[in-house]
Design a protein around this ligand. Sequence first.
Ligand code: MSP
Length: 673
Amino acid sequence: MCQEKQKTKGNKGTFYITTPIYYPSGKLHIGHTYTTVASDVMSRFKREMGYDVKFLTGTDEHGEKIQTTAKAYGMEPKAYVDQMVADIKKIWESMEISYDIFIRTTDEIHKKGVQAIFQQLYDKGDIYKDEYEGWYCTPCESFWTETQLEEGHKCPDCHREAHLTREEAYFFRLSKYQDPLIQYYEDHPEICLPESRKREMLNNFLKPGLEDLCVSRTSFDWGIPVPFDEKHVIYVWLDALSNYITALGYGSQENPELYNQYWPADVHLMAKEIVRFHTIIWPAMLMALELPLPKKVFGHGWILFGEDKMSKSKGNIVYPEPFIQRYGIDALKYFLLREFTFGQDGNFTNTLFLQRYNSDLANDLGNLVSRTVAMIEQYNEGILPAAKAKEPVDDELKNLAISTADQVEALIDELQFHEALEQIWKIVRRSNKYIDETTPWILSKDESQKDRLDTVLNYLAESIRIVSILIKSFMGHTSAEIQKQLGLQDASTSLTWEDAKTFDKIPADTKVKKGEALFKRLKLEQEAKELAAANEAYARKILKVTDAKKEDKKEDNKETAASEPKEEITIDDFAKIDLKVAVVKEAEKHPKADRLLVLQLQVGDEIRQVVSGIAQDYTPEELVGKTVIYLQNLKPIKLRGVKSQGMIMAAEGDGKLGLLTVDKDLPDGSSVS
Ligand code: MSP
């Protein structure tokens, strides 16, 4: 738990909400924060409503992908995930995420729980041993049948190459739960929401038929061992899904108090791509364990960048840090939950963010608060006046303001965060219109209108007070600041949700206090440039850190490789290598990598482009004109976006690098053998 906890009243019963447990295989980006921010708002709101809330998040640390990533950094998997998890916790801290439990799948309590679950399913006969032959997508940690794959054996989820695996494995009798699941969907429509996803699950997966699921692997060892057969590790998804109950002590404690108190979960939140695991495999596992199923599984849409989902390989990642630093956490949370319809995909752009910031936050809300407080200071010496002479327009504002809390409550319950915020902003916009309609600056000039002016100021303050209560779970700082400016800081601890349903809550003679602008208005064009530069600089910094770690590892590998004798080869093996004499015609620095140079080589009649990691030992100028030895039949690749056709040969020793050449003047294109 990384933030001061709201007071838990807990008189309405329990409320258990979860996010997915994230892979610590890369730095989390805005997409990940979306689910967690939504869960956080829901948790805060439910606490506010008097529920005893448990909010669970965590990390999914096992599996082939993590093991491979750790290796790329030259680290043991546990040491690698430890540092990644520390960073994830830091992100949640900076976003003031009010989680109660952070589960790591490497925690003892979880490992013990998963082994107990596996054993229980095996003892029941729902897990059996067989041989698996099929396709596996490592990045998604998903099994696929040949027919499910896309053209060229690509994973239908992430579109990367899957590979054929054949190994002895344990299987979970998923097929046995096909009919019970279909029946369960009929009886409990909330098991998969929104409705469109439920139809997808039913039509694309459940009705066509379920196959038994391979739930163990032997080709790597970074996982939880099968308790009775240690050469197998438990399939990551069985491991990961179990977190929702192991975090409550299921399987590791005799009589787990938290489990008894909080399970079944009220909401599992996630994006659409993993709904399948949560609405088919997880419920089937629970059925097999004879445990209650979660009450609601909600799959929201993806935050997209252009046409694409944000991903490291596409290089279109946006991180939350620059937004938090520049605009504060409330603005980011507001934008994420207001801009995108929860449940559907949405496009993220800086422009959209900045426009919403200016229009909704700086203009609508910020202006309303600063104008109101300024008018109370100017026209009534800063003392909030009581309402006296009413007109119909006052009732219109009041009725809108006091009726919104019930709507917001219902909308948050349905996870319609964007709509809840829209309803709140209706009060904000109506209040601004009310100022224009009642023209307090004119009333202030006529002593006989004093009662009317007092009423207007009072109604504005009451409306703003209600807004401050309604936004509290979304934007805690802004809510507190509004209450402070209204002179309600003492009342703020005691203002409750119920107080948003009535007027006349501001004590007589309350003194307002003008403060800083809640949200400073931005100059859009200039700001867009600065934001883009800040995002880019941040992304570059992240890339640099990751690259540097990988480079260090490569250096280590080179040293080990140099000192160890290699496997014997035949002359035929050597004959496969096509080495040529070449002359460097041009050389320049790589635009994106300090260690690399881009060379144009003359090889007989042809010019070949090679990207070479020699920038620390040679300047481009000293290379031009040099004769080098060139490996021409190496498969071309792109190095940091620049095509490289082969490589030039160099020797390394004593921390220095020397290029290979010939000791006579031979024409370029000559063969080396
Ligand atoms: N480890 C699994 C989950 C196991 S849960 C038992 C996993 N991890 S993940 O790190 O890939 O996180 C996926 C989740 O991150 C999505 O389901 C979603 O909640 C969030 N998002 C990641 N990128 C996102 C977007 N671009 N847009 C919206 N949500 C995104 O899958």
